[in-house]
Design a protein around this ligand. Structure first.
Ligand code: CDP
Ligand code: CDP
Length: 227
């Protein structure tokens, strides 16, 4: 099938990574989780004891590190300077700081350049916050995936039950709402629906329903080629 790019944006817990991975699997495309790259920089900043408020020091850290995204059996693996940090970048410590680091213009420029390069050969499903608006403005299919804050918090709450990251539903909802506010309110590439993106509200949709909607958009886009 002809290769093209798919951009999936939206707030935390909307289902972006789950759905992007499945859509990529169905199409034989490569999935790229850009949030993992911002998390990797945040992890490195914390690991090296860099002050997250010192934007120049953070930008230097980002410029001096090597981030690799490698497809693994259970999703994308993330390496920083050769070390597998796939689990380390999902801790609450990193999650609480990531939106602050992602608001730094120099960090965004560095990562966006890398993301553009990754998508240059097409056949990419990329998820994040600014993919349809800034990273891949020419993506053939653009989706803005959302869901109510409550539902997104419930989904994340379910995920962390029984793990070291377990918390209350209220706490989870507060954390997600805070991250939404930072991501939507920042000056550089805020989280916003691209004018030409199709909005999908997954509050009452199952994962297969959302995947099927996106595959249908792909079929329409490619003039009915089998997706
Ligand atoms: O998976 P989850 O929705 O929790 O977040 P993520 O996709 O791992 O992204 C973590 C954070 O990175 C977001 O809250 C944003 O602050 C930032 N991010 C961004 O600014 N731009 C992107 N393209 C992707 C993520
Ligand atoms: O990447 P993002 O933060 O947008 O969300 P995710 O990590 O893919 O999804 C968060 C959780 O919601 C996962 O456990 C998904 O299995 C679940 N989910 C769901 O139950 N129903 C959907 N329609 C979408 C996601």
């Amino acid at each position: 099938m002809t290769k093209f790019n798919i951009a999936i944006d939206g707030p935390a817990g909307a289902g972006k990574s789950t759905i992007a991975r499945k859509v990529a699997g169905e199409l034989g495309f490569v999935y790229v989780d850009t949030g993992a790259m911002y998390r990797a920089v945040t992890w490195k900043v914390l690991q090296d004891g860099v002050n997250p408020l010192d934007t120049e020091a953070v930008a230097r850290t980002a410029a001096g590190m090597k981030i690799e995204l490698v497809p693994g059996p259970d999703g994308q693996l993330v390496f920083v300077d050769g070390r597998d940090v796939s689990s380390d970048i999902r801790t609450k410590l990193v999650t609480d700081r990531v939106s602050q680091i992602a608001a730094i213009a120099e960090v965004r420029k560095l990562l966006v350049d890398k993301q553009k390069q990754m998508a240059a050969s097409k056949g990419i499903v990329m998820d994040g916050r600014d993919i349809g608006t800034h990273v891949l403005p020419d993506a053939e299919v653009k989706v803005f995936l959302t869901a109510s804050v409550r539902k997104r918090a419930e989904r994340r709450f379910q995920e962390v039950q029984g793990t070291a990251m377990a918390t209350t539903l209220e706490e989870m909802e507060k954390d997600i709402a805070r991250r939404d506010m930072l991501d939507e309110g920042r000056e550089v590439s805020p989280l916003v629906q691209a004018a030409d993106a199709v909005m999908l509200d997954s509050t009452d949709l199952t994962i297969p329903e959302v995947v099927e909607s996106i595959l249908e958009m792909c079929r329409m886009r490619t003039g009915g080629e089998r997706a």
